[in-house]
Design a protein around this ligand. Sequence first.
Ligand SMILES: Nc1ncnc2c1ncn2[C@@H]1O[C@H](COP(=O)(O)OP(=O)(O)OP(=O)(O)O)[C@@H](O)[C@H]1O
Length: 406
Amino acid sequence: MQYTEIMVRYGELSTKGHNKKTFIDRLGANVRKALHSFVQVKVHAQRDRLHVELNGADYDSVMERLKLVFGIQNFSPSIKVEKSFEATAQAATQMIKEQVDKPITFKVETRRSDHHFAMDTFEMNNKLGGYLLDKFPNKLKVDVHHPDLTLRVEIRLNGIFLSSETIKGAGGLPVGTAGKGMMMMSGGIDSPVAAYLGMKRGVSMEMVHFFSPPYTSPQALAKAKQLTERLAKYSGSIKFIQVPFAEIQETVKEKVPEGYLMTIQRRMMLRLAAALMIKRHGLAIFNGESLGQVASQTMESMLAINDVTSYPVLRPVLSFDKTEIIKIAQDIDTYELSILPYEDCCTVFTPPSPKTRPNVDRAREYEKRLDVEGLMQRALDGIEITEVHPGDDYLNQNEDVFAELL
Ligand SMILES: Nc1ncnc2c1ncn2[C@@H]1O[C@H](COP(=O)(O)OP(=O)(O)OP(=O)(O)O)[C@@H](O)[C@H]1O
């Protein structure tokens, strides 16, 4: 079938009152970004629907990209014909022919926004239904309640559009409509899932990754970037901010009792994430903590760590079981990368028995032994920012470097 456009139906945003226009404009921009490599495609974001005019582009490839755009409830590949019953009947015949290898039930469902068109919706349903029954006498039967196939006919000012397939979209809200978030992105399983869930609710994420050369390898850094690449598919591109953390970890290890190493390191990470958030006009910090999962993820620990900032620290996977998080990670294609065995800066410096119930006052006390401002400033002076795009390859780049070194 030579489809001419993809008709996109909005998700939750259609209930957003006067914000609706902002949401639709953003979704339009996100769809354009997702489809920018299809030069002939035109996107029209209108009040009730968004129309992707294909102009000859391969509709399967376009639909694969659309499936990743948040804010879309579902979409249908459609064919546009001139405004006559004959043209509609001809296209409908072609459409049905391609889908009836065995007998099926069907119904015609017409919507009409052009009220000057000669036939109303009732007439179109009946006449077109009858025409198709005549054309496929042994294959089609009408069932208006639970049809196998619904042939949708939309009579609009600029033509008649037919579709028979509805494909589920990614749901959620268009990325960017909720503002910017700073995602604390490790190389683990949980933070990419947390980032995905935040993006699904409209947050435009920037990744903050702490790395500790020479204790952590270039591969560990590349893995965090590659995970970001997987998530960039949902927003077009993502800024990856790498923050050097070795000096802080060495100093904390030297000056702080072992039981509080992890708490103080996490306090420093959160301070840095908050400083970056302010500088880059973010509205919240996100992390991948899930309650009770490891030592730093008890409520006492969260209290002791969260103490360094009054900005919102949002935890999208807080109440998820590990198996639930893994399921999402598999669905979004981050799991296999996350389990690659490249060490994270936290694992390198994790004491054998960190305090699971640290005390806030004690954490503050131990921290007085550090030049917090100086350490932070040097870490912030050393940041590097990379714009990560879908399709970028970081892991294999490094393999080449290693191969050359050997
Ligand atoms: N190197 C890092 N850079 C940025 N954020 C980090 C880093 N390490 C940990 N974090 C943040 O702290 C959270 C808790 O980390 P922790 O290592 O305790 O848990 P985790 O369950 O292994 O999480 P993850 O699977 O996301 O690594 C992470 O989800 C992430 O948001």
